[in-house]
Design a protein around this ligand. Structure first.
Ligand code: SF4
Length: 230
């Protein structure tokens, strides 16, 4: 996806292409989900995604963006003075040089998380990075893209996130977590699709089935109604 877009602005940088990434935005906010929820965090949003989840809330990151040198990205992150950095998208791993950025951020001492779709291989990701990996439930329209071998590469500090749009999605998620014993590997997060099911419904299903998963609401949607830049 990322290499085929013809809308990319021409770059004026003299750096070799291997040192650059296509970036939609870098912004300083509060982490709205997963285990780092509530921490002041710098978000680096990479452009492009090969998936098209029907409820995607970051479609603006599919196209465009600016080529930026990794040195420049790291300097921009540093300017905000936050301990936590979240590399997100789009699908950040769709740009292979994302792996270089992740390593650079870890080497610089940040607490680094990576939000990834679960459709691309996570095995080369620096083990210091906390992976927040989706499994796509059927109502996303992208369940066939789940790369199940990724489960073997999860570490105890990683998290699996399943976004749930219906009772059928919930039952799929419940059964998949049990079948693959995912809670024995790492934390599992169940999150309702904003506006598709009532959050309290999902919470009650989790309680009723006594699941050892973590219910989450996206804090940034409560705070800023999901406006870009937050
Ligand atoms: S993987 Fe993420 S960015 Fe890509 S379409 Fe799905 S929700 Fe949107």
């Amino acid at each position: 996806m990322t290499g085929s877009n013809t809308n990319v602005a021409p770059t004026t940088s003299t750096q070799a292409p291997a040192e650059r990434l296509r970036i939609t935005e870098i912004f300083h906010s509060i982490q709205g989900e997963a285990d780092a929820i509530g921490w002041r965090t710098v978000f680096v949003r990479l452009t492009g995604c090969p998936l098209r989840c029907v409820w995607c809330d970051t479609e603006y990151s599919f196209y465009g963006g600016d080529w930026r040198a990794i040195d420049d990205i790291v300097a921009d992150v540093a300017s905000h003075g936050a301990k936590h950095v979240c590399v997100t998208g789009g699908e950040p791993l769709a740009q292979k040089r994302c792996l270089i950025l992740l390593k650079r951020l870890c080497d610089a001492g940040y607490d680094v998380s990576l939000e990834t779709s679960g459709a691309l291989d996570v095995s080369p990701v620096d083990p210091r990075v906390r992976k927040v990996m989706d499994l796509k439930a059927p109502d996303s329209g992208e369940a066939a893209r789940n790369l199940w071998s990724n489960l073997e590469h999860l570490l105890p500090h990683d998290q699996v996130k399943i976004v749930i749009a219906s009772r059928a999605d919930y039952e799929w998620a419940r059964d998949v977590v049990a079948e693959h014993r995912i809670t024995e590997r790492c934390m599992v997060l169940f999150s309702p699709v904003h506006g598709a099911i009532k959050p309290c419904e999902l919470a009650e299903w989790i309680i009723e089935d006594k699941l050892d998963v973590r219910f989450q609401l996206q804090l940034h949607k409560l705070l800023w109604n999901d406006e870009p830049g937050h």
